[in-house]
Write a protein of this length. Structure first.
Length: 142
């Protein structure tokens, strides 16, 4: 397991000149993380877990000095974020995909380097005649 220096780690706090990005932004993505979780409004959706696809896109300030020094603590840890999403999915039944997407977005914004986040949550096995149904929640730091 990678060191927990990324998202939500006490070690993520960097010097202000590293966090503040006058140089632009960069994007971190997790695409189509497929988990089995208990989610849905209907009684039959509460009986057994169903497949859900989760995608997350984070916009972050580009660190002063860039990434040439290869400091792990400058970047969001994908492994940690995925682990926390899995923990949230296992916490119990969620009524709405919107609720779960909002929870993931709020989690991402706890890292002050994240300026905005978009979270897609899609239920994959609901209808035979479409690939997925779901929502996208977008939030930005004020």
């Amino acid at each position: 397991m990678a060191p927990d220096d990324g998202l939500l780690s006490a070690d993520w706090v960097l010097e202000p000149q590293t966090r503040v990005g006058a140089r632009g932004r960069y994007t971190v993505r997790i695409r189509n993380l497929v988990l089995a979780m208990s989610i849905g409004v209907h009684d039959h959706e509460k009986v057994a877990p169903q497949r859900v696809s989760i995608s997350v896109e984070l916009q972050l300030d580009y660190p002063v000095g860039g990434f040439g020094d290869a400091l792990y603590r400058k970047v969001v840890c994908y492994e940690t974020l995925i682990g926390r999403i899995k923990e949230m999915a296992a916490e119990g039944h969620v009524i709405l995909v919107e609720t779960f997407a909002e929870r993931v977005a709020d989690l991402a914004l706890t890292d002050r380097r994240v300026q905005s986040v978009a979270v897609d949550v899609e239920k994959l096995d609901i209808f035979d005649d479409c690939d997925a149904v779901g929502t996208t929640i977008e939030k930005a730091r004020i």
